[in-house]
Write a protein that binds this ligand. Structure first.
Ligand code: SF4
Ligand code: SF4
Length: 216
């Protein structure tokens, strides 16, 4: 299916699932503020976690694709250019041709992680570097919604790499992230969109592929 004709229904269902995460995160922020007496640091203007590539799901890519199409013309052009540039830099580090597979499992975790480390200072294409805010905030990927907390997962505590130390006095969020991931994955198998990578990849590599193949 041409992404430009993709029904918004798919993203609506994804957003309903992500909303559960947002609600738990907001409740977590309130608990942190009550226990530490200080504001939780995830506020507009904090964007330290918006530098450096990371992997996102196919659902995340579809949300961001819709976000791009909803931007006003000037900003859309700027974001599209930043996506192209970021994808080119990532491919250069990975030694990939423009047509090579961009999925994490094809690239290999070791090479993927090394590329993420090498480009750790590179801003996300959706970051407004002046205001340090996300221009696609309502449609941001799942990892962006998880970073400001430690989440319990089958007895382990997952820390989603916030560059700021969020451990002291911050309770762990007790939720079944795995169950949410399963429900998102079940939804995701229905996404047949031309150019959509078959598995997880970065925002820039995934959107660049999607836009060039499907909506280019
Ligand atoms: S999508 Fe938005 S929140 Fe996520 S890394 Fe990019 S700028 Fe930050
Ligand atoms: S996760 Fe960390 S870096 Fe990202 S907004 Fe929250 S406090 Fe800032």
């Amino acid at each position: 299916m041409d992404p430009r004709k993709m029904p918004h229904e798919f993203n609506t269902q994804t957003l309903l699932l992500l909303q559960e995460l947002d609600e738990q995160f907001i409740a977590h922020q309130r608990r942190v503020e009550a226990s530490t007496g200080e504001a939780h640091p995830c506020v507009p203007g904090c964007a330290a976690c918006c530098y450096g590539p990371f992997d996102v799901s196919r659902s995340d890519l579809l949300l961001l694709l819709e976000a791009v199409s909803g931007l006003e013309t000037g900003l859309r052009r700027a974001v599209l250019e930043r996506i192209r540039d970021a994808a080119a830099r990532q491919r250069a580090v990975l030694d990939l041709d423009a047509r090579d597979p961009v999925e994490l499992d094809a690239i290999g975790e070791e090479a993927f992680d090394a590329m993420c480390d090498a480009l750790a200072d590179a801003p996300c294409p959706f970051l407004d570097e002046v205001s340090q805010t996300c221009v696609a905030h309502a449609m941001r990927p799942q990892p962006c919604r998880l970073r400001g907390a430690q989440w319990a997962l089958e007895g382990d505590v997952l820390d989603f790499s916030c560059p700021i130390d969020l451990t002291e006095g911050h309770p762990v969020v007790s939720t079944d992230v795995l169950d949410l991931n399963d429900r998102l994955a079940r939804l995701e198998v229905r996404a047949h969109v031309e150019g959509l990578p078959a598995d997880r990849t970065t925002i820039a590599l995934g959107l660049d592929r999607l836009l060039r193949t499907g909506a280019g």
